[in-house]
Design a protein around this ligand. Structure first.
Ligand code: UDP
Ligand code: MG
Length: 309
């Protein structure tokens, strides 16, 4: 394709300190292209939106969608995909952890035929060891469970061809683990390697609790194997319980004089089976949660304002 249009979508949540520096580095990179740059303000309480509006007023290619409140990063990206009109769409963070200079090589790989071009993180030394270890554990676990491989060291910095964007936008489901959904689509993918930089200013919006929630969302929307594991735990627990019954009854029959103790066995059995039951109920609960949100069919987000769109 000789002439094409490029959309760049950037979710922002309380990023007032990053907007100027981002645009200073991003706009020169985008200049050679026929582009639109869409910011999705995910309910910021600071001056993020007004900062972006200043840029919108001088350049119609810069656009803004504002959510009525904070709906979350993955939903902000989904809104961006829904509004983007480009032949290919690049998603990136606003904190300059995803270097804009990588964009031309993404576009090149797309022009050579890839429908998905992932930004692959080479060095992760800016991340804490805790984040590296938990991320590794998460990708190992989800790839063990999921039927489609989900690439690791890949975040939400990627280019998608129009066909993949249309697929994402028309998905009927509420849950949005976009990395998984993109991989699930199965279109030919390419990688561009980059070094993930430090966050330019401000704090991460993914503290431990949110990372765990993200992992649960990813696992429950991509695999039902935990339910199978729960059943197996039930079987194993029941087998032990059954052996315990035989042991207790035989003891009572053949050793009636000594058979008064057994407190330890009882305690172990109760706590073990209790634990297995609680875990099993918890796992089922996670899936009921998913069914519940899907059935409610609430809108994924509410847009309160649009500029230049
Ligand atoms: N973000 C968002 N809504 C949220 C949380 C984050 O739109 O509820 C945006 C944020 O402004 C940033 C991007 O998503 O542009 C990635 O977030 P962050 O940098 O905090 O995540 P990390 O890079 O630490 O994983
Ligand atoms: Mg970041």
């Amino acid at each position: 394709m000789n002439h094409f249009t490029l959309s760049v979508i950037v979710p922002v949540y309380n990023e007032e300190k990053n907007i100027d520096s981002l645009l200073k580095r991003l706009l020169p990179v985008l200049e050679p292209y026929d582009y639109e740059l869409i910011f999705i303000d995910d309910g910021s309480q600071d001056t993020t939106a007004s900062k972006i509006k200043q840029y919108c007023s001088t350049d119609k290619r810069i656009k803004l969608i504002r959510f009525s409140r904070n709906f979350g990063h993955q939903r902000a990206l989904s809104a961006g995909y829904a509004k983007a009109t480009g032949d290919c769409v690049i998603s990136m963070d606003s904190d300059l952890q995803d270097p804009p200079e990588v964009i031309p090589s993404m576009v090149e790989k797309w022009q050579k035929g890839a429908k998905i071009v992932y930004g692959k993180r080479m060095k992760r030394d800016v991340d804490s060891w805790f984040k590296v270890i938990t991320a590794r554990g998460f990708y190992w676990f989800i790839n063990t469970l999921s039927t489609v491989p989900i690439p690791k060291d890949v975040g939400d910095f990627r280019l998608l061809d129009r066909v993949v964007v249309d697929f994402i936008v028309h998905l009927p489901e509420q849950s949005r683990f976009l990395r998984g959904l993109v991989a699930w689509s199965g279109y030919p993918a390419a990688y561009v390697e980059y070094d993930r930089g430090e966050r330019h200013a401000g704090e991460t919006h993914y503290p431990f609790g949110k990372m765990v929630a993200f992992a649960f969302e990813a696992i429950t929307t991509f695999s039902t194997k935990p339910l199978r594991i729960a059943s197996w735990m039930g079987f194993i627990g029941a087998t032990f319980g059954f052996l315990g019954i035989i042991y207790a009854v035989l003891g009572k029959i053949f050793l009636p004089d000594y058979w008064v103790t057994g407190w330890t066995a009882l305690f172990v059995a109760i706590t073990f089976i209790g634990g297995v039951q609680l875990i099993t109920i918890g796992i089922m609960g996670e899936y009921i949660d998913k069914i519940y949100t899907e059935i409610q069919k609430r809108p994924m987000y509410i847009i309160s304002e649009e500029v230049n769109l």
